[in-house]
Design a protein around this ligand. Structure first.
Ligand code: FAD
Length: 355
């Protein structure tokens, strides 16, 4: 254990240590609290641990990456990698450098007048100089009769960018109620000519131009409600429609969008976009000083590689911002670990010469 960042085996979180010593020790403020332990949060953990920062990751254990059966588009894994395997490898790598990853859900985030953030975990406040919000998004589930949570259970696919390639030449259906459904269907047209857009009994809201695009791409549109879902193995294979027809597909996608898990920062007045995603600058800084965000919770392409890239940028910006806050390892002068010409522009110095 070093500088308050516990070794994985200790099982003792920093905020517990703080409570035990309350009144006898100066307040133990983290350099950073990472909220969320998916690909974004874990990448940040690897970087922050290797920057020897005093930080903690709190993770509620509902990463979208855990839903990936096998990812074939994540670089570096030619045979593909299971989402849970990737998370487990990243966790192992972060822990190797001393990262402390705590299970749980942060339920409240506020800021004291001195600028220190207070995050509430299990009713206990965790003080931190900076926050990295890496809480991801929640996919909107389609309303299919008697089969709830089809995305979370992996019964329907969700992301054409991720696995459209595997739908090459297959019969594909896309569940959507409007533009986003059509756009997913048009995207998947790269892979197959057999595409049906299903609105599950709702009337499909498309502009005239979108209607023309659908017709041009020969996308069949079905607005009829579904009576019964036929599940075979781990896939939805057919839908019995209310009118009596049975429609079979090789692959079913849901394209109903997602909701950003950004409620924690609403009280801080952090700028969010119209979808509730955190708005950040090129260094992943939000409009709230000291609050950074990375991954799906930021409006961008929802992909593992993007989450990792943003987290690397955020962690480096956080480290540079905290330059001068002593290293938990007590290095003679950790502020000199980079020469001034190496400072990237995400540090707080306006005269930084290198990115
Ligand atoms: C079925 C499916 C297949 C996919 N396939 C691919 C693919 O092949 N390739 C690809 O690149 N991408 C794929 N994706 C997308 C990819 O999973 C996401 O882009 C990626 O997981 C985003 O990482 P993240 O860290 O931002 O969010 P997440 O992975 O969702 O992690 C967020 C974490 O934050 C935690 N959290 C949330 N709120 C709190 C809180 N208040 N306190 C503590 N913890 C909290 C959550 O529990 C979760 O563990 C797929 C997604 C799905 C659903």
């Amino acid at each position: 254990m070093w500088g308050g960042v516990a070794a994985p085996s200790s099982g003792k979180s920093l905020h517990h240590t703080r409570r035990e010593k309350a009144g006898t020790m100066p307040e133990n403020v983290l350099d950073c609290l990472v909220i969320g332990g998916g690909p974004a949060g874990l990448t940040a953990a690897i970087y922050l641990a290797r920057f020897r920062r005093r930080f903690q990751v709190v993770d509620a254990g509902a990463s979208r990456a855990a839903l990936i059966p096998t990812s074939h588009n994540h670089a570096g894994f030619p045979e593909g990698i299971h989402g849970k395997a990737l998370l487990s490898r990243m966790t192992e790598q972060a822990r190797k450098y001393g990262a402390h990853i705590v299970p749980g859900s942060v339920t409240r985030l506020e800021r004291r007048p001195d600028g220190v953030f207070l995050a509430t975990l299990d009713g206990e406040p965790i003080p931190a100089r900076t926050i990295l919000l890496a809480t991801g998004v929640v996919d909107r589930e389609p309303d299919l009769p008697d089969v709830p949570d089809v995305i979370r259970r992996g019964l329907v696919r969700h992301c054409g960018i991720c696995d459209g390639y595997e739908a090459l030449g297959k019969r594909v259906a896309v569940i959507g109620h409007g533009s986003s459904g059509l756009h997913e269907a048009l995207f998947l047209r790269t892979y197959t000519a057999d595409i049906t857009l299903l609105s599950l009994g709702r009337s499909l809201v498309l502009t005239e131009e979108e209607g023309r695009q659908a017709a041009q791409a020969e996308i069949a549109i079905v607005e009829e409600p579904v009576r019964r879902v036929v599940v075979e193995g781990d896939q939805v294979r057919a839908l019995d429609m209310l009118g009596g027809a049975c429609r079979s597909f090789d692959v079913l996608y849901a394209a109903l969008g997602s909701d950003a898990r950004s409620d924690l920062v609403r009280g801080l007045g952090t700028r969010l976009d119209d979808k509730g995603c955190v708005v950040t600058d090129e260094h992943q800084r939000s409009s709230t000083d000291g609050l950074f965000a990375a991954g799906d919770v930021v409006r961008s392409l929802d992909q593992i590689s993007v989450a990792m890239g943003q987290a690397a940028i955020a962690a480096t910006a956080i480290h540079n911002r905290l330059r001068g806050v002593p290293s938990p390892r007590g290095a003679p002068d950790d502020t000199l670990s980079f020469s001034p010409q190496d400072l990237c522009t995400c540090c707080s110095r306006p005269d930084a010469r290198r990115h």
